[in-house]
Ligand binder design. Structure first.
Ligand code: FES
Length: 171
């Protein structure tokens, strides 16, 4: 059992009554070949992100250093250490999509959402981020919105999609 008193921000998890479920996830995956990845996925699904105290719990349980764990986590764009918006638009900027103006599509999404930042923007109920491939290279540029992949995206189509969200700027 993880001693949450050792984690600097662990009390917030405790306050959220999430600590037992997270501990259960980490213990259940212990010994599995992909214990860390499985735990990352399940925690991300459960909380919507993977906060620092959870990394401490995983480090302690699996005997992994925190820098190593952070490196592992940063390799996968799907995992986030910060809470995300309710609706997430993932713009593929992989090679094939990049050749079809994917960067422009992402920049356009960022502009419409209205929070200037590099790879992740979050305003109200919508966030946008880059991913490196959605497996639809031949139909790109591709985006994923709330788990649904949409291909052949251009600014006009994106505008229509984004207009469904109230925090998107009208021009
Ligand atoms: S490069 Fe965009 S879907 Fe593969």
């Amino acid at each position: 059992m993880f001693d949450w008193r050792e984690g600097a921000r662990a009390p917030s998890l405790k306050k959220m009554n999430k600590i037992e479920k997270i501990d259960e996830i980490i213990c259940r995956n212990e010994g599995s070949r992909f214990a860390v990845l499985k735990s990352f996925h399940e925690v991300q699904e459960f909380l919507g992100y993977i906060p620092e105290p959870v990394l401490s719990m995983i480090c302690e349980k699996y005997n992994i250093s925190k820098p190593q764990l952070k490196t592992d986590m940063s390799f996968y764009s799907y995992f986030s250490s910060r809470p995300k918006a309710k609706n997430i638009i993932r713009c593929c900027t992989g090679l094939s999509c990049s050749m079809k103006d994917a960067e422009d599509i992402f920049e356009y999404a960022v502009k419409k959402i209205g929070t200037p930042e590099k790879s992740v923007v979050w305003a109200g109920n919508l966030s946008a981020e880059k991913v490196c491939c959605l497996g639809k290279c031949h139909e790109g540029p591709s985006i994923e919105l709330n788990g649904k992949i949409i291909t052949g995206i251009d600014k006009r189509k994106l505008e229509i999609i984004l207009s469904q969200y109230s925090n998107v700027r009208k021009r």
